[in-house]
Design a protein around this ligand. Structure first.
Ligand code: SF4
Length: 166
């Protein structure tokens, strides 16, 4: 790596323990949603309610690809008869982050439901969650309004509004 690169200049003076630790160092510039006056949802909305043991009651089993003995895909079932999104595959780790703290949601049931909706639509949960978080920040800053969201309150944590996206 070029000794004068931006990466080296920013990181080396502050840490000797490698990129993982340096990324958490408070002196490293962070993403725009940590700016003063805005809600840093990554730091403020994580909750124990999203911990793995709270998914366990909804884990109905595991499945996998054809003839694979590993069966690494977790299944979910929230026991909601007649609800198309009450059961499905996942969620996996990244989905939990994207539809949890990344958009301010603290209900495991909402995370599972958004996961199932994305799977049904064939959407990638990681990029969908990131895009929604970006839209929420734009809404928070007043750069988009209800006029742009067809009347939806796109506030952090409003999983009901996310479900109504067209
Ligand atoms: S380990 Fe998982 S993803 Fe890989 S083949 Fe088996 S079931 Fe499929």
């Amino acid at each position: 790596m070029n000794r004068n690169s931006v990466w080296i200049c920013h990181v080396r003076p502050r840490t000797s323990t490698g990129p993982a630790a340096s990324a958490r160092a408070p002196t490293i510039p962070r993403t725009s949603n940590t700016s003063p006056g805005t809600k840093n949802n990554q730091l403020t909305t994580w909750t124990d309610k999203l911990d793995a043991e709270n998914i366990t009651p909804y884990r109905s089993g595991m499945t996998g690809c054809f003839r694979c003995p590993v069966n690494c895909r977790p299944l979910n079932d929230m026991k909601m008869p007649g609800d198309r999104y009450g059961s499905g595959d996942g969620p996996e780790y990244v989905t939990l982050g994207k539809f949890g703290p990344n958009i301010g949601v603290d209900r495991i049931e909402s995370v599972i439901r958004l996961n199932n909706i994305c799977n049904d639509l064939g959407f990638d949960t990681a990029s969908t969650g990131s895009s929604i978080a970006w839209a929420m920040e734009l809404y928070q800053r007043g750069l988009i309004t209800k006029q742009h969201t067809q009347g939806l309150e796109l506030t952090w944590g409003n999983a009901d509004a996310v479900e109504q996206f067209d």
